[in-house]
Design a protein around this ligand. Structure first.
Ligand code: COA
Length: 703
């Protein structure tokens, strides 16, 4: 990362506004006004050939007329002037350009935008944008944007792919009382992209959590790499998950929004926490910017109201951290701070009689107990209590324990006084929310963060004895014959070069050959037509199973040819596959795509209707660790089937996970050759008995 250049771009010591205007209401005026109003202490140099001064700053006809060094230039000139201005900025030795101007790739002018980047990079400059709102930074008193004001102060920083949304978020920070240090509008991402900003924000001393609003990522692999290495939590809201939303997002940003499931998996693999919606992005950013991860799953809820306790309990289960009863000694101790009709089980109901002392003492004594991994404090505003007093008791109790490695979240249900008390809590480092379920959702985010980080750090599965040359030979032969699809036998051969367990098979082009091969392989046998013109072999009568002798081979050989000819008279017949008939096993499917954003990606699901009708599949960006493959087996709804239900013996999940890893390694190793592939069905046997790929398909990448 060119840290110095990005520092110049994002925390400039001096800034020029090229296209600054003396006319109020123009963007070039607003930016100068914002720099002034945000009390930016660096040099401000408006550039406009027709003005002497703007808002008290001396104005220059060209950036080249400024004697002092300039870190960043904010461009607010119309698109047609941008190339010339970039040259001038380059000659001046500017480090970075914040190009607010619209009218580039988002309206289809891709080449023009590429030229801007080429030009800027040739001077060593980086571009943020074009088509951005700008950059806002509380810690630098820098509002280099046309958003109205610096956001409410906080320690998370947000990168937004939508400019308008960033402006909305800016104002909303005050309503919600949830702040940010920086708001960065990323625009068309012609040069500086998500990966650059994640990397930079991870180094930024004023950012404690990185928040992303994403429509579509271009450099998916790098985002995964830099996020894995990041030391700070990253939270993303991915928009465009519905088919219709994806189209809207694509036209909005000029980049394609990828499939939702692939994004989800890729983010999880990268250690990125996901937000469900905008509110959730705020809430989760707040918790992750203030609290440590939740190391275990023993959470304690302390409340003064049964109702909020039940809501909290429901939410805990919904968000994957179900409550457990507190150990006896914790319960015994807590009984001291409640009347007889309270409950010390969990949730801990101190009852409506709870005041500052009971809250303080119950929190202090239980938070210290080793069983407790995290604490959620709930409170309903009563006439006998002062919410601010309760808030202060919570803070004091936690301070008194001296514990910093366990998280706390809070929810107050009440009116204005509760609202004020919660703001006080947030200012004092304790995330507080108006709804109990949010206090639990955010606690769950801290658990997700703990688990996801561990997973992201797993090493990918390693393989030896791969016969890559053998695979390439088969692929090259198909290419030399002008084919983009391998035959089943060829595909299986490629699979076996990567140690995938395939059913034995060979192609016969005569009846005699079919008999010879069948005897070699051993009965029972499956026979399948090989024809580039027949996609669905069974529909054409081109598949016969369970053939047990030579007579059967001969009869079926003739019948398959007859059926296929009847189905499609001019079908080109390349022969008939003679294949070992694998015994019945649970059918699963492995598939791969070369995703435009994330590259080679593996799909896994149960076969048959599970994949066709229910689309019960899961994805992972390849390669990955054996643990991640094991996780794939649990991610599908039909997971219990593999575990063995209704008297069925459990399937060999360990071998299956290993096979998925090998498959993943194959599609990575051959990523320049394979565009799509599948192994369907793969028959999975009982524990210890492995599995067999019964059918295989490989579509080559066009070269
Ligand atoms: N150097 C310095 N100043 C220049 C210049 C140059 N080479 N060329 C033009 N200017 C000046 C103009 O004279 C004008 O100043 P003036 O008010 O004193 O005349 C100023 O730059 C702006 O140019 P103008 O022609 O008035 O354009 P505008 O203000 O109407 O629009 C943009 C300019 C950049 C705001 C507009 O083209 C645009 O892209 N708008 C959309 C921005 C946006 O929404 N981005 C984020 C999307 S989320």
């Amino acid at each position: 990362m060119d840290l110095e250049v990005l520092n110049g771009l994002l925390t400039p010591k001096s800034v020029a506004i090229v296209g600054a205007s003396a006319t109020p209401g123009k963007i070039g005026h607003t930016v100068v006004q914002n720099l002034k109003e945000s009390k930016y202490t660096g040099g401000v140099y408006p550039i406009n050939p027709g003005a002497e001064e703007i808002l008290g700053y001396k104005c220059y006809p060209s950036i080249l007329d400024v004697k002092d060094p300039i870190d960043a230039a904010i461009l607010t000139v119309p698109a047609k002037f941008v190339p010339q201005v970039i040259d001038e900025c380059g000659q001046k030795g500017v480090k970075g350009l914040l190009i607010i101007t619209s009218g580039f790739s988002e309206v289809g002018l891709f080449d023009l935008e590429k030229d801007l980047v080429k030009k800027a990079n040739s001077y060593g400059m980086r571009i943020l944008g074009p088509n951005i709102v700008g950059v806002l930074s509380n810690s630098d008193n820098f509002n280099g944007s046309f958003a109205p004001f610096l956001p409410f102060k906080g320690s998370g920083s947000l990168v937004s792919q939508s400019g308008a949304l960033l402006i909305g978020i800016d104002a909303a920070t005050y309503m919600k009382g949830i702040g940010f240090d920086k708001l960065i509008s990323i625009g068309n991402m012609s040069d500086v992209n998500f990966a650059d900003l994640i990397e930079w924000l991870d180094h930024d001393p004023n950012t404690s959590a990185i928040s992303l609003y994403v429509e579509g990522i271009r450099d998916g692999r790098r985002v995964i790499d830099v996020s894995r290495k990041a030391t700070k939590p990253i939270i993303a809201l991915k928009a465009g998950v519905s088919a219709h939303g994806a189209v809207a997002a694509a036209s909005h940003t000029g980049s394609l929004a990828g499939a939702e499931k692939i994004y989800k998996s890729a983010f999880a693999q990268a250690g990125i926490i996901q937000a469900e919606d905008l509110d959730n992005l705020f809430d989760r950013t707040l918790v992750l910017s203030l609290q440590p991860p939740l190391k275990g799953d023993n959470i304690l809820i302390i409340t003064n109201g049964g109702g909020v306790g039940v809501l909290g309990t429901d939410a805990a289960e919904k968000y994957g951290i179900p409550l457990k009863f507190a150990p006896d000694d914790v319960q015994e101790n807590l009984k001291k701070y409640m009347p007889d009709f309270g409950s010390a089980k969990n949730p801990i109901d101190l009852t409506g009689m709870a005041g500052n002392d009971w809250y303080h003492d119950s929190i202090k004594s239980s938070f210290e107990h080793p069983w407790v991994d995290g604490l959620v404090v709930l409170y309903c505003e009563t006439a006998m209590t002062d919410p601010l007093g309760i808030a202060k008791s919570i803070k004091l109790a936690i301070e008194d324990t001296g514990i910093k490695h366990k998280p706390v979240t809070v929810s107050f249900v009440g009116g204005e006084r509760s609202e004020k008390a919660m703001r006080w809590l947030v200012e004092n480092g304790i995330p507080a929310y108006a709804a109990p379920d949010v206090a639990l959702n955010t606690m769950a985010a801290l658990r997700e963060y703990e688990l996801i980080r561990k997973e992201a750090n797993n090493e990918p599965f390693k393989m030896e004895n791969v016969r890559r040359e053998e695979a390439l030979k088969i692929i090259n032969k198909a290419r030399s014959e002008g084919r983009e699809a391998l035959t089943e036998v060829e595909a299986k051969h490629v699979f076996s070069a990567y140690d995938l367990p395939i059913t034995k098979s060979q192609v016969a082009s005569t009846e005699e050959e079919a008999v010879r091969i069948a005897k070699e392989i051993g009965f029972p046998i499956v026979m399948k037509i090989v024809s580039p013109d027949i996609l669905h072999k069974s529909d054409a009568g081109g598949v016969k199973v369970d053939i047990n002798d030579e007579k059967g081979i001969r009869e079926n050989y003739l019948e398959i040819i007859k059926n296929v000819k009847a189905f499609k008279a001019d079908a080109k017949i390349l022969g008939i596959v003679i294949q070992e008939m694998a015994p019945w096993g649970t059918e699963v499917i492995l598939g791969s795509v070369n995703d435009a954003t994330f590259g080679p990606t593996v799909m896994f699901g149960l076969g048959g209707i599970f994949v066709e009708v229910l689309k019960d599949v899961t994805f992972k960006v390849a390669p990955f660790s054996i643990n991640q493959a094991r996780k794939m087996l649990e991610e599908i709804k039909a997971a219990p089937i593999l575990a063995g239900i209704r008297g069925e013996k459990p399937r060999d999940k360990e071998k299956l996970a290993e096979t998925i890893c090998k498959y993943a390694n194959m599609i990575v190793d051959l990523k320049d050759e394979i565009s799509e592939s599948d192994a369907n069905p793969v028959l999975v046997y009982e524990v210890g008995q492995g599995l067999k790929v019964a059918d295989a398909r490989i579509i080559l990448k066009q070269k």
